[in-house]
Structure formats: C-alpha cells, structure tokens
Design a protein around this ligand. Structure first.
Ligand SMILES: *Cc1c(COP(=O)(O)O)cnc(C)c1O
Length: 420
C-alpha cells in the first residue's frame, strides 16, 4: 500500500478512497469501517514469509467474524482457526474450507465436535483428557478417526495483559507442560483419535518475539519425547497473539516474526514439520475503525466529557481491559483543543472509550476510534437495548455494507410475555 488505509486527505479522514464524513452520512453512526486493502496487506505479510516454507496460516475467526472479512481471507487462500460450531458455520458460509480449518477452544460441546467431524476439519486442538474422551466417543459413534493436536501450556510469560495472557500455569487453557507427555500417550491409546500435531497459544497483543521462541523450544523438547513414544507429530501450531500498534507499542514486523519462528524450528532440526500460525488481531486490528458522532460536550469541575453515540456495547475493550484506542477527529478543524474523556450513553461509569484525549471538536463532529478491527464488533452486545452498529467494507472508492445496522424490533423478536 502506498499510503495507510486510514489517512487524511485535505484534512478529512478517508478509508482508502472514501471520505469518512460521507460514510457516516450515508450509513449512520456508530459505524464500523474496514479496509479491504489493509486486510490484504496484513495477510500478504504472513503469506509472503510462509512462501516456499512448510507453513500455513489459519485466521483466528473470533477476532473478526464478519462474513465479508472472512471471505476476503478465503479468496486469498487462508485457512481458519475456530472456537465454536457457530464459527465453523461462518467459515463455510464465507467460502472457507473445513479441510483448512482447525478447531480450538477449551469447552467443545459434543454437537460441535460432531458438526466439525462431519464437515471434515483439519485438526481438533484438544485441551484436556475429558475432552479427548468426548471426542473419541463422538468419533466412534460416527465411525471416524478424529485428527488431534494437544494444546500444551508451555508456561512462558508473554508479558501482556493478565486477561489476554494464556500460556501461564495459572490459566484455564491447555494441558500442563509436565502432564503433556502422558496426555499424548492417553490420546494414542484411544481408537478413534489420530495424533497429528502439537499446539500452543501463549497470549494476545504480544509485542516481542522472545516468548514465542521460548514456547517453541519447550514444544520441540516435548515433540522429541512424544515421538520416542511412537507417535508422529506432523505439525507444530504456534498459535496467534502477535500484537499491533494501538499507541506507541512496537511489535515485530509480521514477516520478520514469521521468519524468525520458522528459522528457529529449522535450526533445531524440525524443519520437516509443517508450522501453523493462528493470527487474529495482527490481521484485522488496524484494518478497522469505529466512527462515532459527538452528541454533547459536557464541561465538568474535574473533567470534560465528550459524550458520543458509540458506547461500551459497541466497543468493549476499554471497559473490559482498560485498552487504549487512539481517537481522532475525522475533520481536522481550527478550533481550540480541550482534554476530554470520551464516553458513551450507556448507564455505567465503565462506559468509556478513551480517557484524557486532546480533541478539537464541537457537538455533531465525527470521531474515529482507531484499531477497532479486532475484538470490536464481535464483542459488541445489545446492552441498554442498543441495536448493534452497521459494518461497512471499503474497497478502493467503493463502500459496501457488510452487515446492516440492527433494528430495535429485532432485539426482542424472540421474547414473549407470560399468558393472561
Ligand atoms: C484468540 C486466539 C487466537 C488469536 O489471537 P490473536 O491475539 O488475535 O492473534 C489464536 N489461537 C487461539 C487458540 C486463540 O484462542
């Protein structure tokens, strides 16, 4: 891309070739806007580093599961990483292939296992012995053999937020490192399972390569033991978690990261195995913004508030993780700037989107909440009976509605009152 997907042209923020002002006028606010070019560029960074190597990329669907987003990746040849039967249905509806899909998640229901086996997913990433038992029983009923990998917890510190760190002993995720070998032996003894790989996922918004290399080293140590026990590990799945720049973070470049991990695995003598990556945030995070309009400016004794029409139900990350999202005025104006807390209309003090932001805005002006493409719309809710925002994808000079704004009637269409 010659210039960033979201950039100012004559003082007005654009998404590729389309003005954010016209998007807001045409489709209303709050509005999620994605850039096809930005999605493609992030994908290509992974794909180019994997080219000619034994490596494949599975897009973590949970970061952004809009069908149009998944379809952009499917057309580029992506595989997918799902965590529910619902996500499998989305992948298939978006043109993705089951045979390029891995099924992660700590609590898979028997029905979800059945659907995934019937569809023919590539691998089940299993996290416990009871889950192995359940999958073995489901596969036996169906007369099939389920391909499995164990999610091993390498107990490395990914140095990220405690809510999004997943590779420590204290997390609910994965099989403990010390129990992994025995768990593999248990899997090998089950008639309807076939051990094919090993996986881990150590956290999210990781901004260094070192924790990945630590995890890889521990996984390879285990792979050697497992193969001594007579199993064949065809693939090593290093999970997702690569971070993005929200503020001043400096995560490794995607291609450098991929090459560093692949080189390490090769250098340790495991280059014959296929390596899987499961990125979510680093593919979609900076490919989306949330547009919102300022309703009121409310000066206060201690703080000034900019009350906007987006809220914690639209973008939960600030309320949930105290996450930082850059916020910019869509139109750069010659106005005195003031420091505001940017807050939504929801009746919760936790309903904030940004704190102490210097903004030159008036009521009616538009703001762009940056880096909203990952864990944005997908985490939105209807709290306060707020219809969920519309989603638009820009492709060059064209804007396509990829999810219509919800109507209030839809929100209680499934509800009934008690009989007289
Ligand atoms: C969430 C998740 C991912 C994606 O994580 P990102 O931080 O968005 O890259 C990958 N794999 C698994 C198992 C996950 O749970």
């Amino acid at each position: 891309m010659t210039r960033p997907a979201f950039d100012y042209v004559d003082g007005v923020l654009h998404a590729e070739g389309v003005s954010a002002v016209s998007l807001a006028e045409q489709f209303g606010t709050p509005l999620y806007v994605y850039s096809r070019a930005a999605l493609t560029e992030a994908w290509n960074a992974y794909a180019s580093a994997c080219a000619g190597r034994r490596a494949s990329v599975h897009v973590a669907v949970k970061a952004n599961s809009n069908l149009a987003v998944l379809n952009v990746f499917a057309r580029l040849g992506a595989g997918f990483d799902i965590v529910s039967g619902g996500e499998l249905a989305r992948v298939l509806a978006a043109g993705g292939k089951a045979e390029n899909t891995v099924f992660s998640g700590v609590g898979k229901h028997a029905n979800e296992m059945r659907e995934a086996l019937a569809a023919g997913v590539k691998c089940f990433n299993v996290e416990s012995i009871p889950e192995l038992d359940r999958l073995n029983a489901v596969a036996a009923q169906m007369g099939k053999k389920a391909p499995v990998s164990l999610r091993v917890n390498p107990d490395v510190d990914a140095k990220t937020h405690p809510y999004i760190s997943t590779g420590l002993k204290s997390n609910k995720f994965g099989v403990a490192f010390d129990e992994a070998r025995a768990t593999y032996q248990a899997a090998a003894a089950m008639a309807n399972l076939e051990v094919v790989g090993i996986d881990c996922h150590i956290g999210s918004q990781i901004t260094e390569v070192a924790p990945y290399l630590d995890a890889v080293d521990k996984l390879l140590e285990l792979v050697e033991q497992i193969e001594q026990d007579g199993m064949t590990i065809r693939h090593i799945d290093v999970g997702g978690g690569l971070g993005i720049t929200y503020d001043d973070e400096t995560p490794p470049d995607i291609s450098d990261f991929v090459r560093t991990v692949l080189d390490r695995i090769e250098a340790r003598g495991h280059g014959h195995r296929e390596v899987y990556f499961e990125p979510g945030r680093s593919l979609v995070g900076n490919a989306g913004v949330l547009l919102t309009r300022v309703e009121f400016l409310k000066p206060g004794a201690e703080k000034n508030f900019a009350i906007v029409d987006a809220a914690m139900n639209d973008l939960a990350r600030p309320a949930m993780y105290e996450a930082y999202h850059a916020i910019d005025a869509v139109v750069q104006r010659e106005l005195p700037a003031h420091v505001y807390d940017v807050v939504g209309p929801v009746c919760e003090s936790g309903d904030w989107l940004g704190r102490e932001r210097l903004l030159a805005v008036e009521p009616g002006d538009l703001l762009a909440i940056r880096s909203a493409g990952a864990y944005g719309f997908v985490m939105s809710s209807n709290y306060n009976t707020r219809p969920r925002a519309a989603e638009v994808m820009v492709d060059g000079t064209q804007a396509h509605v990829v999810r219509a704004r919800e109507e209030v009637q839809q929100l209680f269409a499934g509800e009934t009152v008690l009989p007289e």
